[in-house]
Ligand binder design. Structure first.
Ligand SMILES: Nc1ncnc2c1ncn2[C@@H]1O[C@H](COP(=O)(O)OP(=O)(O)OP(=O)(O)O)[C@@H](O)[C@H]1O
Ligand SMILES: [Mg+2]
Length: 258
């Protein structure tokens, strides 16, 4: 199967710090891959380059064979890459439903006149967005209230809503930055099955995650970073047995456990 997302020799430097220094990987349809590595390895910086929040200082990123390197975040989102953030980025005062709908308006077929005069087309599309938002909230298994400001929800619920919002864009590629952080055991089990259901939609998932149990169980391939460098790539079994990976984690007093 051909790659949906292709990252080649990606680099980003901040002053003298090379946060990402030569990262290459591919993500294909119906595939979950993970990017792991100790704190500060450059994982989030790589996501920020892929989604246009940072302009890479080197390398190339392509989506469905088209070069998207250095394009603006809105253009990259519209081209088909969605993401969630390591620190939630929702609109705290908007309701759950409106937060999910906010993800979709990017694709609205309406124009400003429709919106101001509330034309039938506008009303039809608004109803459609609301239905879709409910569908995605159902899909992620969200069972909380939908008409309340999102700031009132538990953290795990907010994380579910953020994934629903990303999914509502119907992108071919979904980047998840530490989706399991802060979740309890039951929530993590829900996340595991959700990731599989998202993959089964045909979406390519790239997962940054520190929870090794989750990574090993979910990923077809794992890319390992340390100090900006890619130090290994392979199946979970290959990565777990790789001495460079073990050293990178043990050097930080962490263990690669399954
Ligand atoms: N906007 C920025 N300006 C300056 N330095 C940055 C910036 N963003 C990231 N860095 C630096 O780049 C390096 C990689 O950071 P990054 O956040 O990508 O790591 P990470 O692998 O996501 O770590 P964590 O697992 O803790 O989230 C760090 O040294 C960080 O301080
Ligand atoms: Mg990070």
């Amino acid at each position: 199967m051909s790659a949906v997302l292709e990252v080649k020799d990606l680099q980003i430097a901040f002053g003298g710090v090379k946060a990402v220094d030569g990262l290459s990987f591919e993500a294909r349809e119906n595939e979950i891959i993970a990017v792991i590595g100790p704190n500060g390895a450059g994982k989030t910086s790589a996501f920020n380059c892929i989604t246009g929040f940072y302009k890479p200082t080197g390398g190339a990123i392509s989506l469905n064979g088209k070069d998207i390197t250095g394009k603006r975040p809105a253009d990259i989102a519209a081209a088909g890459i969605s993401r969630t953030f390591q620190n939630l980025r929702l609109f705290p005062d908007l309701t759950v439903l409106d937060n999910v709908r906010a993800g979709m308006h990017l694709y609205g077929g309406q124009n400003w006149a429709d919106a101001i005069f509330h034309t039938p087309r506008f009303k039809r599309s608004e109803a459609h967005y609301t239905d879709e938002a409910h569908r995605w909230l159902d899909f992620v298994g969200y069972t909380g209230p939908r008409g309340v400001p999102i700031r009132n929800l538990a953290y795990g619920q907010q994380k579910q809503v953020e994934i629903a919002r990303a999914l509502a864009r119907k992108s071919g590629v979904l980047l998840l930055d530490e989706p399991a952080a802060g979740l309890n055991y039951t929530e993590k089990q829900g996340l595991l099955s959700l990731c599989r259901r998202i993959r089964d939609l045909g979406t390519a998932i790239v997962l940054i995650e520190h929870d090794m149990g989750l990574v090993m169980e979910l990923s077809e391939r794992i890319v390992v970073m340390n100090f900006g460098h890619e130090i290994a790539e392979g199946t979970p079994a290959e990565v777990k047995a790789n001495p460079a990976v073990i050293e990178a984690y043990l050097g930080k007093d962490e263990e690669v456990e399954s």
